[in-house]
Design a protein around this ligand. Sequence first.
Ligand code: 2F8
Ligand code: CA
Length: 128
Amino acid sequence: AQVRQGWLYFNAKLFFISTDKKSWPESRQECKKKGGDLVIIKTKEEQDFLVQQLGNSKAWIGLNDKGTEGIWKWVDGTVLTTEYWTPGEPNNAGNEDCAEIWGFQGKEGWNDMPCGNKGKWICDKPAS
Ligand code: 2F8
Ligand code: CA
């Protein structure tokens, strides 16, 4: 992908994958500081692109069910339509209200995790 100041250009959006690790709320703040937000994934193309970029790692995405258990919402307030959970997820294994994306081979997809856990994160913003 084309790189612009640390952001990756793909399908009219810019994506930033951190190397630092932070909680989900802290990760979201970092994205906002850079003029974006945690990533919203609505197409298979974007999902596959991010899995490819992650390689054998994982990162927070802009999806949570903090408001109502089991009702997953994107950071822009929209509800889930197309879902890319990894098989067996979300399992709320110990109060898991925030979502991450796995690039792990054979387990590609989303997983719910405790929001306070520290992980890498992915931001997006419009390319225009
Ligand atoms: O096996 C999937 C399962 O793996 C971990 O729990 C053992 C994850 N939790 C943490 O890493 C804290 C779960 O979210 C995940 O569902
Ligand atoms: Ca889980």
